[in-house]
Design a protein around this ligand. Structure first.
Ligand SMILES: [Zn+2]
Length: 178
């Protein structure tokens, strides 16, 4: 780091401590030439996720919006807030791992649906119905029938697959674990 007083490139760190609850590091540096001291801050670079809406408008990704969409879908469902918070974090993580400068709002919707599918059937259908904007009753019904079909098979179970049943109780277990 160049000295701001004499432009000498050789400066040394004389003190280093976290600030802002660990969000930044504050360093005191001393110029090896003129001996003057100055302060630098090291921070994590925050790269905002930019969401492109259907009409082309751009917005910064807002996890609160994702959360409230999920809460609405989970209304009166036995889904603990902790689980919702967990999937919001999961979605945010997934999106930032894509390393895209901009992303279509539809990608976020797909991520939400993927997570809700495992969490709660009803919440999933509710979200999908709003999100995919089922234009005809037909596609909505077939989505619901698919889910009901899956649920029936799960209930009958026994014969082999046995993968079902566990689904619902698993998420409950995880929620109370912590
Ligand atoms: Zn200097």
């Amino acid at each position: 780091m160049k000295c701001p007083y004499c432009d000498n490139p050789d400066t040394k760190v004389v003190d280093s401590r976290p600030t802002d609850e660990g969000q930044a590091i504050r360093r005191r540096r001393e110029c090896e030439d003129c001996g003057r001291r100055f302060t630098t801050y090291e921070k994590i670079e925050e790269i905002p996720l930019i969401v492109v809406k259907k009409d082309g408008r751009r917005q910064v990704f807002d996890r609160n919006k994702v959360r409230s969409g999920i809460i609405r879908a989970c209304e009166k469902r036995p889904v603990p807030m902790g689980e919702i918070e967990k999937i919001v974090t999961e979605i945010e993580k997934g999106l930032s791992n894509l390393m895209l400068k901009e992303m279509d709002s539809t990608i976020i919707g797909e991520y939400v649906m993927e997570q809700l599918k495992d969490l709660d059937d009803v919440a999933y259908v509710r979200f999908a119905s709003v999100y995919r904007q089922f234009t005809d009753a037909e596609s909505f019904r077939s989505e619901v029938e698919k889910l009901l079909d899956g649920a029936k098979k799960r209930r009958r179970g026994g014969s082999g697959a046995g993968a079902g049943g566990a689904g619902g109780s698993r998420s409950k277990g995880e929620a109370t674990d912590k």
